[in-house]
Design a protein around this ligand. Sequence first.
Ligand SMILES: *[C@@H]1O[C@H](CO)[C@@H](O)[C@H](O)[C@H]1NC(C)=O
Ligand SMILES: *[C@@H]1O[C@H](CO)[C@@H](O)[C@H](O)[C@H]1NC(C)=O
Ligand SMILES: *[C@@H]1O[C@H](CO)[C@@H](O)[C@H](O)[C@H]1NC(C)=O
Length: 251
Amino acid sequence: MKTLTVFLCLGYVLVSSVDQYTRHDWTKLILTHHWPKTFCTMEHCSANFSYWTLHGFWPNVGNECNSSWHFNASLIEDLLPEMKTFWPDLLKPASTSFWKHEWQKHGTCAAKDEDLNSQHKYFSKALELYHKLDLNGVLKKSQIVPSEKYYKLADLEEGIINSYGVTPKIQCVLQLKGSDTQTLGQIEICVDKQFQLTDCEKTTDELQITDNEVLPFLHRSHPGFTVCDPSVPVYYPPVTATPRGKHFLRL
Ligand SMILES: *[C@@H]1O[C@H](CO)[C@@H](O)[C@H](O)[C@H]1NC(C)=O
Ligand SMILES: *[C@@H]1O[C@H](CO)[C@@H](O)[C@H](O)[C@H]1NC(C)=O
Ligand SMILES: *[C@@H]1O[C@H](CO)[C@@H](O)[C@H](O)[C@H]1NC(C)=O
């Protein structure tokens, strides 16, 4: 009897975890912004953006939900000028491959929702939220601007929470052992299915998405982004700054 109970419990655990990954039922969407200066210092690209740009618009559960739904740039032709400005491919500015990747990996999962069930709906909703949330304005308003001085993570968080009323996820470039600073890289703001702001949580799924998503095109290894360490000073690099820190020299 005991064995049967254990077996049934184990069966339940297995079934429910499989269920979670096959049904792709997401509950929130993560609007990920990155700071081009940090990205380009890691990757030696030459993008010269003085504002936060979009990295992605990711359901919190699910990847590559429909491999037969191909990306077609002509379906979002009218959005392309805005995409190039606010959701640019920092590595290959003239290419649409970044958006193709984002659509195949995340958009096809977001598309389970009626409000996002076309490429045009998906990309235009991301742009709409980007403008509505106005992370660039929010940071400026809290006097968080690129600077040669360092910030406390708590001050960054507080500035964002004061404006949105929800908890963001703030990511930095991993420092190497011995480095006593971290560099601001990504800020994630989360919304629910009704596109209302909601707390970003560091669940396993979200961490997994983020880790896999760091630099989708690159095969070589790199330090990548990680959730910022609250005890380490945060560097928010000005666009004109020359790279600093040991972790950059290593690349
Ligand atoms: C980058 O943009 C700034 C203004 O935002 C400009 O002064 C600078 O010349 C630009 N640098 C390059 C390499 O395009
Ligand atoms: C996958 O995408 C194709 C092409 O757009 C579509 O016809 C099909 O209904 C989609 N399948 C699912 C399960 O959404
Ligand atoms: C892309 O979409 C356009 C506009 O709907 C259509 O004419 C074209 O055939 C599509 N291309 C592919 C490769 O599906």
